[in-house]
Design a protein around this ligand. Structure first.
Ligand SMILES: Nc1ncnc2c1ncn2[C@@H]1O[C@H](COP(=O)(O)OP(=O)(O)OP(=O)(O)O)[C@@H](O)[C@H]1O
Ligand SMILES: [Mg+2]
Length: 464
């Protein structure tokens, strides 16, 4: 049984029970109330006959009896011998008793008796009242008033039809609204099932319209968010694959081309041979760097990468990296200035932080024209240690700043191979800095220069 049927059935059953109980209870109360009222009426008539019996002579009482009988719906019997009531009202033919021995005893004691029971002759239910008439504490007669219960219940017949009609109406209403509610609840779930089926097949583009603010609505909302982030993941996976294969293909085709020439063309001079080998060697180095960067990124983006935690003199680390860049800086006649606060100590993985500084300095050197300037500054700011690298290079356009740290993102996608990096340097920087709990801030103006600052928690070195 589906959820829809379950909900619907629950609503239907509950309503059915409620309506039946209500109608049943109404009937019961009404009947009781009505029967009680009729009983009171019989008692009233009986008692007024009783006082007539007490106050008037035999004829007067008889007249009153007849008059009452004519004007009442009840049958009235007067008998001087109450014992007759216990036998049969209608002669010897019937042996069943109308009133019981106990009730007869009550009458003899002067107590009024009321009863609802089957009439022994007419085979129908009656409501009856027996009132004893006493003369000086001795029972001298009994007034017996009764009416068939059919008459009592007669007014119900019309109500019964109205109630039955009402019952059917409510039932139809429940069936209709139950179906509506159930399908309203189920519809988003069905849609989710459909969309998740598509997602399993690799299509993440479908969404669910969220119309309600209840639990189902919020489930649909998170489902949409899930679909969106899966779509995003899928998109970046494709893009990544495209980028990687593109970056792999170019060096490989160079290497293949030049090796083929070397292998097949016997007319290649010794000088050309040397040049081609150099190209092949460069491309191999480039490929190696790509693979290493990709491996680094894969490790850093996973959670398993082990990061050392050791105290590092920040200034020393910066100096070491700067030392290694002496050659390219000299070649481009770049002025490099260092302003290093030797007190700054941070905690982290020295090799990884060296990689960070090296990637940043590499960018600064690469994207700054000859005779430009680079400033590397380490400052200790209360509990923060800040490294800032400024250059007077070409800068980064504002619209690229947002994505500059994404993998394979480069401002000039089609630049020459001499200058071309892979666009992985800053992505690696970002991962390492985040893993150290640090912050990165980039500000840049095209044609003026770029400033990148890294902020780390400094170790409590001079706090004692
Ligand atoms: N100091 C800078 N000045 C100007 N542009 C920069 C600077 N640093 C980064 N960029 C821009 O940001 C892009 C991304 O830098 P990133 O270091 O991630 O990649 P890359 O240098 O192109 O390649 P890789 O570092 O992988 O060799 C660069 O291509 C460049 O356009
Ligand atoms: Mg770079």
């Amino acid at each position: 049984m589906g959820l829809r049927q379950k909900i619907w059935l629950t609503i239907a059953v509950l309503t059915l029970i409620t309506v039946s109980l209500t109608i049943g209870l109404t009937f019961y109360l009404y009947e009781n109330f009505y029967v009680d009222k009729q009983k009171d009426l019989l008692l009233l008539q009986g008692n007024s006959l009783k006082s007539a019996y007490m106050e008037q002579d035999g004829d007067g009482f008889r007249e009153r009896l007849e008059w009452t009988e004519e004007n009442s719906e009840a049958e009235i019997i007067y008998t001087e011998d109450p014992m007759k009531l216990s036998g049969s009202l209608y002669g010897e033919a019937v042996n069943d008793t109308l009133i019981t021995y106990e009730e007869r005893q009550q009458l003899l004691n002067g107590e009024t008796v009321t009863m609802v029971r089957q009439h022994p002759v007419f085979d129908q239910d009656i409501l009856a009242v027996a009132i004893p008439l006493l003369e000086e504490d001795v029972l001298s007669g009994t007034i017996f008033l009764y009416m068939p219960l059919e008459d009592v219940y007669a007014p119900f017949d019309s109500i019964r039809y109205i109630l039955a009609g009402l019952f059917i109406l409510v039932l139809l209403l429940v069936i209709w609204s139950g179906r509506k509610i159930a399908s309203q609840l189920i519809q988003p779930l069905k849609k989710m099932e459909m969309v998740s089926g598509r997602m399993a097949a690799g299509d993440f583009s479908k969404r669910i319209d969220v119309s309600s603010s209840d639990e189902v609505g919020s489930l649909a909302g998170s489902f949409n968010r899930l679909a969106k982030s899966l779509e995003e993941v899928e998109r970046s996976r494709r893009e990544f694959l495209q980028n990687v294969s593109h970056e792999l293909r170019t060096p490989l085709s160079y290497m293949r081309g030049y090796t083929e020439v070397l292998l097949e063309d016997v007319t290649v001079s010794g000088e050309e041979r040397q040049e081609y080998l150099q190209i092949i060697h460069n491309e191999t180095a480039r490929l190696t760097r790509l693979v290493n960067d990709l491996l680094d990124l894969a490790q850093l983006e996973g959670d398993s990468y082990p990061m050392k935690r050791e105290p590092i003199p920040f200034a020393q680390l910066v100096m070491d990296v700067a030392e290694r860049f002496k050659l390219p800086i000299g070649q481009k006649q770049i002025r490099l200035r260092l302003e290093l606060d030797e007190e700054a100590i941070i905690e982290g993985d020295a090799d990884r932080l060296e990689q960070v500084i090296s990637n940043l300095l590499d960018n600064a050197v690469r994207y700054t024209p000859s005779q430009g300037g680079i400033l590397m500054k380490v400052e200790q700011n209360k509990e923060k240690a800040v490294l800032e690298i400024q250059d007077t290079g070409r800068g980064i356009p504002e619209q690229d700043l947002e994505n500059i740290m994404d993998r394979f993102y480069r401002v000039h996608k089609s630049r020459t191979r001499n200058e071309g990096g892979f666009g992985l340097g800053l992505a690696i920087v970002k991962q390492i800095v985040l893993k150290h709990g640090g912050e990165i801030d980039i500000s840049s103006k095209p044609d003026e220069g770029t400033a990148i600052s890294l902020t780390f928690q400094s170790m409590a070195f001079d706090e004692e």
